[in-house]
Design a protein around this ligand. Sequence first.
Ligand code: ADP
Ligand code: MG
Length: 632
Amino acid sequence: MTVADNKVTLGFEAEVKQLLHLMIHSLYSNKEIFLRELISNASDAADKLRFSALSNDALYEGDSALKIRIEFDKAARTISVIDNGIGMTRDEVRDNIGTIARSGTRQFFESLTGDQAKDSQLIGQFGVGFYSSFIVADKVTLETRKAGEPSSHGVRWESRGEGDYTLETIDRPERGTRVTLHLREGEDEFLDGWRLRAIIRKFSDHIALPILMRKESPDEAKDEGKTAEWETVNSASALWAKNKEDISEEQYNEFYKHVAHDFEAPLARLHSRVEGTNEYTLLLYLPSHPPFDLWDRESKHGVRLYVRKVFIMEGSDKLMPRYLRFVRGVIDSDSLPLNVSREILQENALLEKIRSGAVKKVLGLLEDLAKNEPDKYRTFWKNFGPVLKEGPIEDFKNKDRIAKLLRFSSTHTDSEEQTVSLDDYIGRMKEGQDKIYYITAETFTAAKNSPHLEVFRRKGVEVLLLSDRVDDWLVNYLSDYQGKHLQSVAKGDLDLGALGDEEAKKQTEEATKELQPLLDRIKAVLGDKVADVKVSGRLTESPACLVSDVYAMSRTMEKLMKAVGQQTPTSKPVFEINPNHPLVVRLKFEPNELRFQDLTHILYDQAVLSEGAQLDDPAGFVRRLNGLLQGL
Ligand code: ADP
Ligand code: MG
């Protein structure tokens, strides 16, 4: 096969076209970021080569001085970004540049609304990457050769950023990648060494590799024949290794955007060096918005591990537990051996210590925000609260510290916003109250309007309203806080402890005696739908409610388990009725057996509905209710 035979024209995935279009139009006012993105990729490519070369020195091909070069050509109207990093094979070019493989990108597309203004904002929240070249270029040529491959395995990729691209095998002696932008009409401002230097210093100063440009002096520019002298434009040292005082806010933020593939500045950061036998540096950030792959179990993004400035791996739960998976940044260890493989790291005790140290620092950062910057903490909680709630489940050792950071909705806040801490709750507990009461439900509204809350409302006792998916797991693991038991208001017999009054208790007992025949009659109708029928002490307005067994899984939990295909022993609820409610009174005196049955089923179904749950037989409910309405 000749080289020419290798040239193929391929179409972009539909989504790439869409992305390109959107990017060009929405990022135009920020167009110089293309350089940051290309430099960021070049730097990642160098990191990858350095890591692979740890176990195979031959990959350096005798040249281990990794660097990035920026060139421009006024006559040809091109800018090139050249690296001697890992490079790509033909397949890799096709997979990485022609398709949208990253799951985050997919989710990004799923969240597009079609509304230009809204979508432009979205793209700003999402790492833009290689395609940002097309903001300023109407043709992009990428030439690359993978480290360790023969020079005949070079690849040229070229596209005008419209529907398709070409892919061609070329001869390329140099290892690594060269991206050449052919500038659009009117973008000549970038054909200026000083402008390019200013952009590099602004966006990419933190890059640890030297970024080189040709020296410029008026004489040399004229002297075409002379071999070029190169000079380093950036400070070319790992940002995290510098002293805090020497790093500007802007440098911190640009570094974040690079490691997090984010477009916006972070919410908060911590930069610290741990000394001792196990020495390491942390530069960790909290994003200001949720990354698109927050709920993606396959997500590769996260914290990066370096050993003495050599990149080792990214996004492993060996570096950060799952419940802190939103954290971005770098951990650089001085103590781990350089020749570690990713496999060895799986069981490394030193790494485990680093991880647990890093977790403590992140929890410290969150505590600090919660205390001193409540607005920021609220933003954090809105974005990542449900993730942090996995903490007490996953990290037993730090359970209490994490519990202190949790926030909930409650009957005392009356908005869905979760702002109540367990400490707030305890501080407001009623005289004689010894438990933390909560209810879990499918939605905030279902929780807030649950009949189970009635007696607590009447007594002014606060109840936490839990409606995040994770909440049912959470309360299983967090059964106590500061010596106070967390008690569901929808489970077991009503136990108000010292809050209960004897009078009410006596009334319930008396009503039970008096209504025993009614209770038996209802039980006969409901059959094995219920474990028992009782007179309720918790209802003031609603006619009835369902209560689960103390040890039973909550009903939302049961549903969750079923949804993921788990067999669960379905526990039958107790059906509690309000003896003072007119409907119950009517039931008591209902002579017609059929009507009695209908009314009983309706009360039961209403209790199910008020939990936000689904009826087994909704049509039956409608039929009975209509019958009853007509009979009125
Ligand atoms: P991201 O950097 O967030 O992964 P990009 O769109 O910037 O997204 O790049 C897509 C992929 O293309 C990279 O993940 C990498 O695999 C590949 N790539 C881009 N530029 C280079 C380069 N200079 N050298 C090697 N691979 C590259
Ligand atoms: Mg990139």
